[in-house]
Every structure is written in C-alpha cells, then in structure tokens.
Write a protein of this length. Structure first.
Length: 343
C-alpha cells in the first residue's frame, strides 16, 4: 500500500495519530522521499531532461558527426564528460541525488563515443560503420566500446554511490549479450542459434549478479533494479526466440515463465512477473491457435483454470502471513531481510 497524506488524515480521524504526529510523520516521509524516484512533477522533469541529454549523445547522434573526424569526436566527448562530472559534483554537494545520478549516467554514456573517436583518430576503425549503428546493429567491433563503458561505470560507482549509474552499465551488458556471439565465434553474420543461447545464459548471469547486488545492498538504495531489468530482458528474449516442435519443451517454457512470476512475487521485482506473464500468454495463445484450434471445450477449460487461480489467490490472502512466516523462517537471514524490505 502506498502511504499518502490522505491515509494519515484518515488515521488521525480514527484516533490512531494526533495532528502533530501526523504532520511530523508526513514531513519526515516527504524529506526521505526527495531522493526516491516517484511519479511527481519534479522527478518527471529531472528524468525527462536527463534522458534527453543522454539520448542526444547516444541514440540521436547523426551521420553528420562523421564529418568531424575522430579527434574532434573524442574532444567533444571528453569536454561533455568533464562538464557532466562538474555538474555531478555540484548536485552531489547540494544533496540532489536524482540530478546527480542523471549527470553521472550521462558521463558513462559518453564512453563509447569517446572510444569510437579515439579508434577513428588512430585509424583503427573500418569505413562504413558509423557510431549511430552502435545502438542498432549487432557487431563484435563494439566490444572495445562496451568494455570501456563498463570500466568507466565501475569507476563512477566507486566515486558516486548513485543507483541510476547502474542504468548505462546494465544497458551495456545487454548490448554485450548480443555482441558476444560474433566476438567469441568469429562469425560476422552470426549464427542465430548461438546468439539465442548466449543471450539466455548471459541474461541468467546478469540476474544472478543482480540478486547478489540486491543481497549486498539490501540496507541501502536499490542498485539492482536496472541489472534485473536488462538481465531478465536478455534471458527472456533468448528463451522465447528458441523454436521447438516439441509440446513438452513448450510446456517447460510455460513452467519457466510461471517460475519467473513466483520469483518476482518473492523478490518484489515486477519485471519477472511482467515477462513471465507475457510468456504464459504466448503459450496459451499457442494452445488456442495450434493445439486446440478446433476444440469447443478449450475456452471453457481455460476459464475454469482462470477462476481456480483466483480462488487460490483468495485462499493465499487469508493465510498469507502464516504461510510466508513459515517459508521465510527456512531462508538465510540476508534473504529474509531482502524479502522483508521488498514487502
């Protein structure tokens, strides 16, 4: 449940709090919430401005930039990075965590452009591969830029403990999950079977890393969100793109997606539930349009299954506290604390 001023007012009217306590509690929560991303107008402006600035130097670089030449591209990227660092220090010193995180992420996002300019200036970059393709084309040549971005991201995280800094790092890891196949197997055209497997296992690796970060930082801010997001994206896309003529394998796919929903509920990570739900919807669509396309019974059976799931939810809600207490007691204490924080 999201705590609001209206709920405090209602608690006051029922005698649970007095006016002074409600005002003091709301003031405390408002101050703590300044650094927590939320759907408030100030934060919308922060993220809109930050993402426009990041996009300007990443997604929206035009082909006209190639006329600058490598040295000028490198110089521009370094100048912007210095400006970003100064702004990050400025915001950090004034305890503006969200703007500081955005400008710090802006610095990390400049790393691939700087490396591209350096390689171009040294004559190490082949013709016909402009920088703007970095965000649209799978190619092993991007690996040096991606490794440099990860290194810059690590250095920035050592200096600034800001959760949004993880975003460009997580995006880079996602890019790397796609570029690793041509890099490892020296296959420029790419074997899509290998690409799917690499994406699946690399995504699973990112999920494990995110879980480790989640455990390590359970008493701090949410540093694992972006790694979870792009790890699940890489894993689920690799898994879902695999084709199989076996109904058993398709059923296993559905079970994996169901497990993702359970994991999402346990860890309070919606990204697992969203992609798991998409996978189950895809499997049910396969049953409806392929396996049982001529069946009159299937829609009725599916309706009964849906109602049964709702009934299970009602039973779970009635006994949730006792059941969760028993299950949590069997878990290691760090995991218990992590789950308690999420709920």
């Amino acid at each position: 449940m999201q705590l609001s001023r209206g709920l405090l007012t209602e608690a006051t009217s029922k005698g649970l709090l007095n006016e002074a306590q409600a005002d003091a509690l709301w003031q405390f929560l408002a101050e703590r919430g300044q650094d927590t991303p939320s759907f408030r107008f100030t934060h919308i402006l922060y993220y809109l401005g930050g993402l426009i600035a990041i996009g300007a130097m990443t997604l929206f670089i035009t082909l006209g930039w190639e006329r600058f030449g490598g040295l000028w591209i490198l110089s521009i990227a370094l100048a912007y990075a210095i400006a970003g660092l100064l702004l990050t220090e400025f915001f950090q010193n004034r305890h503006l965590a969200i703007p500081a995180g955005l400008t710090a992420a802006f610095v990390v996002a400049l790393a691939p452009l700087a490396i591209y300019g350096l390689q171009m200036a040294l004559g190490w970059w082949p013709e016909g591969h402009p920088y703007r393709e970095y965000h649209t084309r799978i190619d092993w040549r991007w690996m040096m830029m991606e490794l440099a971005t990860l290194a810059v991201g690590a250095l920035m995280l050592m200096r600034y403990r800001l959760p949004f800094l993880i975003m460009p790092v997580a995006v880079t890891l996602w890019y790397m999950s796609m570029d690793l196949t041509p890099f490892l197997f020296h296959d420029a055209d790419g074997d899509w079977t290998k690409r799917k497997l690499v994406s699946l296992w690399f995504g699973l690796f990112m999920i494990v890393v995110a879980f480790w970060v989640d455990i390590r930082t359970r008493h701090e801010k949410d540093y694992a969100f972006w790694i979870y997001l792009f790890g699940v994206l890489a894993f689920w896309c690799g898994l879902s793109s695999m084709r199989s003529d076996s109904e058993i394998n398709k059923f296993i796919y559905m079970c994996i997606n169901l497990l993702m929903i359970v994991v999402g509920a346990i860890l309070s990570r919606r990204v697992f539930a969203v992609f798991g739900g998409l996978g189950i919807a895809g499997y049910l669509g396969h049953l409806a349009y392929s396996v049982f396309k001529d069946s009159l019974v299937f829609p009725f059976a599916l309706t009964l299954i849906g109602l049964a799931v709702i009934f299970i939810g009602i039973v779970w809600q009635r006994h949730e506290e006792a059941l969760t207490a028993r299950m949590r007691a069997m878990l290691p204490s760090p995991l218990q604390e992590l789950i308690a924080r999420g709920h």
